[in-house]
Each structure stands twice: as C-alpha cells, then as structure tokens.
Ligand binder design. Structure first.
Ligand code: GLY
Ligand code: MN
Length: 462
C-alpha cells in the first residue's frame, strides 16, 4: 500500500473529473472454485486498489462528487472469523490508512445507491466483470446483467483510464519490484530448461519463485514447446532437443503490479541455424521498436515499424517477397506476426482491459483497424510520459493459418507458400520487455534478462 495521501489525491482528482454524481466503486468478493468455502485466491479489483489500496473481500466504496465525500462500506469481522481466519483490524482503522475517514456497515452500501437513484442523482459505475459485482449492480440499478456494460458511465471509464494510465514513480518502482522477481524466474528457467525435462517442472519453479517474491504470477504462465499457439497454457509436454520453448510469464508485486516478460529458449541450450535466423529477426524488430518509442509517437506506428523489420527479415530468408512497405500495408506479414506489438501494463497485466480496450488504446485520433493482425493491437495511441507498455513482437508458423491463407490464395504476391511449408514444424518465437515512456524517450524496466542469442546460450550453459 502507498501512503494515505496518495489515495486521497487520486480520489480528489477523480471526483473533480466527474464533477457531479455518485461514483460507485465495488470491491471484489471471494469466488468459489469448486464449493463455496474453497475459493480461488482472492484478488482485489484493480480500480478499487488504485483508489483505496484495501486488499480484503467484502468492501465497496462510494465517492460523492458533489459533496466531496468518500465512504468505504464493509463489516468488521466477528469471533468466528477470528477463530478461523485470524485477526483483522477494524475497518475504520484500515480505511484510515487509505485516507478515508467515513466508513459504514456493508448493508448501507445498497441503501446509499438506491437513495441516490430515487432522488434522480447520476450514479456512475464501471462495466462489471466479477459475477458478484454484476449481480449486485443489476439488482441495484434494475438492469439485466447483459445491459450493464452498455449502461456503464463513459465519463467514469475515461476519467479512470486517464488517471491509471500515467504511472507515478512509486508505481514504476512496484513494477520494477515485480520485474526483479521475474528476472530471477527467467534465470531459473534458463538453468532448468533441458532435453527430457517436463514443461510443468519449469513452470512450477517459476510459480514458486513468483509466490516467494511477491503475490505469485500476474497471469497464467505460458511455457510451451508449441509457441505458435499464442496463449498456450498447456504444460504437459516433455521438452525435446531441437525444439524451442516460449516462456511468457511475470510476477505480481506485493502491491499487485504486474510484470510481463517473454523469452524463447532453445531446449538444447543452443539455437539451430534456422532458429537463430528467425530469432535475430524478432530481436531486431523488438530493439527497433523500443528505440523508436518516445512521447508523441503513435504506438500503432511502432507496431508497423516492427512489422516492417519482420517482413524485411522474412523476405531476406525467402519466406516473403515483394515490396516490404506494401506487404505490411496489406497485412501480409500477419501470417507470421498475427498479434499486436504490446499493451499497457500496470495493476492488470493488460492494464484496464476490463474497462474496454478501445477506451485504453484508441481515441479520436486513432481508430482500431479491421485488418487481420493489426486489429489485435490493444494499444495504438500516442505515447505519453508515464505510459508503461510491453513490446513483444513474434514470428510464428501456425499450420492452420498457413493452410487457410494458401487455400484462399491470400497475399500470393508477398508470401512464398512453398518455403513456408518447410517451417510448419518450427513453432514460434516471441521476445517481450516492459518499457516506460520518459519525458525524452524510454527506459526498459527491470534488471536485464538475457535475450541476445549469445547471452541466452551463455546463461543456459552455466
Ligand atoms: N502475457 C500474455 C499477453 O500479453 O497476452
Ligand atoms: Mn504481454
């Protein structure tokens, strides 16, 4: 948790931005896994954490923009909870740490919202994703759950995004703390990845380090010899010589800030010539992208720059052909690089995705493309100091996609399908770092994690 004045200032800014009405900020409850008392590990809502830092279930909050009041609703625990769960300071005391002086019993939260509605006051709420919050808002507002997203307050979404998207130095330190743990996870991965070792063993070691150093992993780890499957959470393979393993993982800091790193390792400890050729293109795309990041630049243009490096490298290898700029403009490179270059990072690994990706990553100046590949870019807007973005280009050989494009004769003037056929057993390569936009440029956050061919091979040889 940060100091109380940080939360007070954030809430004051939010009330000022909204000018009028009630701002309802529900906290998360516990979520049953297989029966009510066996819950998933509790994760507080990130917007609630941003404005209050209070990290227990059963809390809701209301900010009154007209009266300048902030109230946290929740119940103090009883003897039974103390017996089973241990002591928890009184809500009044905990709220004080967040700079809140007004607290009230949990039941009064619904009364407060209903009273405001009956008086015709504006009630601002965010699009809910947690089932309990969705049920409660649906009941309170008299709206069917499926209409809550459309009924959410655009003013509140925009205000929250505007505040959360600019990271303070203290938030940057949290992300760097998460990256410190993550760097240890990758050293361990480079030490333990060997032919004959199950993916699950390395994934388990990463999880252990993430739990030991912070709050566990910030998202389900991707660790797979089938890196061509972009969000592959299967860890059931034994790693074999000749394959590569894509590892996309990151720790969550004590205050719940995420790290998000990807490295691709040769299982044998040494890249083959074919692997190295593709690896160098991805690394070049990543480094070129990072070098071009600074305030005022559109992240869409950084994505396109990385795409051109990829198309140009693949053309040199004979996998693509024709004019590189034209190929990228047509979206032909997306056969190999079908996702966006990166996303905002913060309390959420895809920061604020639940508020609506277009509110975070797009604006009046930049609209989302409908072109395959570019359409998946989560953030395209102008970069500003305080933004933190992942930069994660990749090259993948996805047999189903290649077969479809070949059959449909997509981009035959830019793609050499005959040569692509020789790579269908290749897998994929992705390299990802987390980058802060500064006043004059950018800074790659966290301790360096080996990523050149030489450094990866050297680290794996130790
Ligand atoms: N770390 C997974 C992703 O960015 O989608
Ligand atoms: Mn990522």
């Amino acid at each position: 948790m940060f100091e109380a004045h940080v939360y007070r200032q954030r809430r004051r800014r939010l009330r000022k931005l909204l000018k009028t009405g009630l701002i309802v900020l529900p906290g998360n409850g516990e979520l049953p896994m297989n029966y009510a008392a066996n819950a998933y590990p509790f994760r507080q809502d990130s917007t609630f954490l941003y404005f209050f830092g209070l990290d227990t279930p059963g809390l809701n909050a209301i900010l009154d923009a007209d009266e300048g009041r902030d109230v946290v609703y929740g119940d103090d625990i009883g003897l039974e909870d103390i017996i089973w769960m241990g002591h928890l300071p009184r809500l009044k005391e905990r709220a004080r740490a967040a700079g809140v002086t007004e607290t009230a019993p949990a039941a009064r939260y619904e009364d407060a919202v209903k009273r405001a509605l009956s008086r015709g006051r504006k009630v601002h709420f965010l699009p809910p994703y947690h089932p309990e919050v969705r049920d409660s808002l649906s009941r309170l507002l008299g709206l069917p759950p499926e209409e809550l997203k459309a009924g959410a307050s655009e003013d509140l979404i925009k205000a929250v995004v505007g505040l959360r998207i600019i990271k303070s130095p203290a938030e940057v330190r949290e992300i760097e703390a998460a990256l410190g743990v993550t760097a240890r996870m990758y050293r361990e991965a480079m030490k333990t990845t060997r032919p004959g070792v199950p993916e699950s063993e390395v994934a388990g070691r990463l999880a252990g380090l993430a739990i030991g150093g912070g709050r566990g992993t910030a998202f389900p780890t991707i660790l797979t010899v089938n890196g061509q499957i972009l969000h592959n959470h299967d860890h059931s393979h034994v790693m074999r010589r000749g394959r590569m393993v894509v590892i996309d993982s990151g720790a969550e800091s004590k205050s719940h800030y995420a790290a998000d790193i990807t490295r691709t390792l040769p299982v044998s400890g040494t890249f083959t010539t074919r692997q190295r050729e593709i690896y160098e293109i991805v690394l070049d795309a990543q480094k070129t992208a990072i070098a071009s990041m600074k305030p005022g630049v559109l992240y869409r243009d950084v994505h396109l720059k990385a795409s051109r490096v990829i198309a140009s490298g693949l053309k040199e290898m004979g996998l693509m052909k024709g004019d590189v700029d034209e190929a990228v403009a047509a979206g032909a490179h997306a056969l190999f690089f079908p996702h966006g270059l990166g996303h905002q990072l913060g309390l959420d690994v895809h920061d604020m995705e639940n508020l609506g990706e277009n509110f975070v990553g797009y604006d009046d100046q930049v609209k989302r493309s409908t072109q395959f590949g570019l359409a998946y870019l989560r953030f395209a807007r102008e970069l500003r100091p305080g933004h933190i973005l992942t930069v994660e280009p990749g090259i993948y050989f996805i047999p189903a996609l290649a077969a479809k494009w070949k059959k449909e004769k997509q981009h035959p003037s830019f793609i050499n399908f005959l040569k692509v056929r020789n790579y269908l057993d290749f897998g994929g390569i992705r390299i990802e770092d987390d980058v802060l936009i500064t006043a004059s440029g950018r800074r790659v956050l966290g301790p360096p994690i080996p990523k050149t061919v030489r450094d990866v091979e050297k680290t794996m040889a130790r």
